[in-house]
Design a protein around this ligand. Structure first.
Ligand SMILES: Cc1cc2nc3c(=O)[nH]c(=O)nc-3n(C[C@H](O)[C@H](O)[C@H](O)COP(=O)(O)OP(=O)(O)OC[C@H]3O[C@@H](n4cnc5c(N)ncnc54)[C@H](O)[C@@H]3O)c2cc1C
Length: 434
């Protein structure tokens, strides 16, 4: 029987994972990536021996990404950030960050009433049924569950660091709490060598299984069969059409809509998608001025700073790699470098004299579509199968009902693989019966 031909458009971690799974499942896979490199937002750049991810990246240890990578035999190494050295940033000063029963009781960022309310909520967090909260905004949920402003500020900060999202009006409470449950269940992993080690490992698996990976290959359109209801293949920027039985689109909602011009459903999804954005500052320091200060989380502003090299191999011996970020959202769509530097002034005074390498980005797309309360949260995200075009699938951190960020991207890659394996088995049964 002829093998199923699959075209994957996009060589980020999601598209690559789909390509590797499908090639291992026996499909004839060709992946097209418009840039010169694989990896998309999961790329790592080496500057003066420091390994800079594109902003702070952490794998959720209880999330889908690790599960799907394990299917491919990819087992990332790295470290779990320690709780010691963690601070809350409030009114321009460092305070104890409540991360457990003891720090919750000793911190001065909460009143006694606030502490009791937060302690009760966190004790019951794992038992919250998040599915019923999909259509409620995070702000509405916080206001009904916590009467104290200080407690709400702490919960909002914990959810920001877990979801990357600062838009409490748009974000679904169900999705936010599911992500917080995932983060608190098993913490995160900072990956040795950066996320490009994941990209390289998945690329290796894909190539070994026979996937063809074409770089500098921009797909200009999805070619449809007559009638427009079934895929025929992909049309490259040069005009050549490559035939395929299934096409997997692994870019953003706007990328997907651009490949099927005139498709009103995909155009609406692209218009309605609300990206999660952040400003980031990467720093390579010859030495940490304050080795005991490893993490800061803003309570009165959307700030984050973390010494990733304290937990993973990302810097030359003795030196330090620090990620600083501002979570953007709503009208806040970019940040200045000075804002992020000010966070470092509090966490690591004297850092400026130790800079060996640095990189600033005023605004990056962290996730192509946040799970909006207005659409019902995770269950309201577009499905992996495009229902009105047979053979068309999508993968990304805005697709499917499972997870956020890279977890969603890899969970959707896994779901596409499962759908196509089902299709292959059905065709085989039909062929055997014929
Ligand atoms: C600052 C920052 C911090 C983050 N932190 C975390 C974190 O801590 N934890 C976490 O889980 N996730 C995090 N993420 C998110 C994570 O990086 C992404 O969810 C994941 O890498 C997305 O992978 P993807 O393959 O779905 O998309 P992308 O990486 O965006 O890949 C899409 C690819 O498709 C290609 N493409 C698009 N259209 C075409 C076309 N027409 N033809 C050919 N190629 C095309 C693009 O060039 C791109 O390479 C972070 C992201 C950022 C930016």
């Amino acid at each position: 029987m002829q093998r199923m031909r699959v075209a994957v458009v996009g060589g980020g971690l999601g598209g690559l994972t789909a390509a590797a799974l499908l090639a291992r499942g026996g499909c004839e896979v060709t992946l097209y990536e418009r840039s010169k490199h694989l990896g998309g937002r999961a790329r790592t750049t080496e500057v003066e021996g420091f390994r800079f991810n594109l902003g702070p990246h952490a794998l959720y240890r209880a999330g889908a990404a690790l599960r799907v990578l394990a299917r491919l035999g990819v087992k990332p190494t790295g470290g779990i950030p320690a709780q010691a050295g963690s601070h809350a940033l409030l009114a321009g000063r460092l305070h104890t960050l409540p991360r457990g029963a003891v720090t919750l009781m000793t911190t001065d960022v909460l009143s006694l009433a606030g502490k009791l309310e937060v302690a009760k909520l966190l004790a019951g967090l794992a038992r919250i049924d998040t599915r019923s909260l999909g259509a409620l905004s995070l702000r509405e949920w916080l206001e009904t569950r916590l009467t104290r402003k200080d407690g709400r500020a702490l919960l909002a900060a914990l959810i920001r660091v877990s979801t990357y999202c600062a838009d409490m009006d748009a974000l679904s409470a169900g999705a936010a709490l599911k992500q917080l449950q995932c983060a608190t269940a098993a913490s995160v992993l900072y990956v040795d060598g950066g996320w490009s080690t994941l990209v390289d490992a998945v690329e290796r698996v894909g190539r070994e299984a026979g996937a063809r990976l074409e770089l500098s290959a921009r797909v200009a359109a999805v070619a449809l069969q007559e009638g427009g209801k079934r895929v025929e293949g992909v049309r490259l920027a040069g005009g050549t059409v490559h035939r395929a039985d299934a096409v997997v689109l692994a870019g953003s909602p706007a990328d997907v809509a651009a490949l099927l011009p005139g498709d009103a459903v995909l155009a609406r999804e692209a218009r309605e998608a609300v990206p999660i954005q952040a400003a980031t500052l990467e720093l390579g320091l010859s030495v940490l001025p304050r080795p005991e200060a490893l993490f800061a989380l803003g309570l009165d502003g959307p700030w984050y700073a973390s010494v990733h090299s304290a937990s993973a191999k990302l810097a030359p011996a003795g030196s330090a790699m620090v990620h600083v970020a501002k979570y953007l959202g709503g009208a806040d769509t970019a940040a200045s470098e000075a804002e992020l530097e000010a966070v470092m002034d509090v966490l690591q005074p004297g850092w400026r004299a130790k800079v060996v390498a640095r990189r600033f980005r005023p605004s990056l797309i962290v996730s192509a579509g946040l799970p909006c309360a207005a659409n019902g949260g995770l269950l309201g995200r577009p499905a992996v199968e495009v229902p009105h075009v047979a053979g068309l699938y999508r993968v990304g951190d805005w697709v499917g009902a499972e997870g956020m960020l890279a977890d969603a991207s890899l969970a959707s890659a896994e779901a596409v693989w499962q759908a196509l394996m089902r299709r292959t088995r059905t065709s085989q049964r039909r062929a055997a019966g014929a």
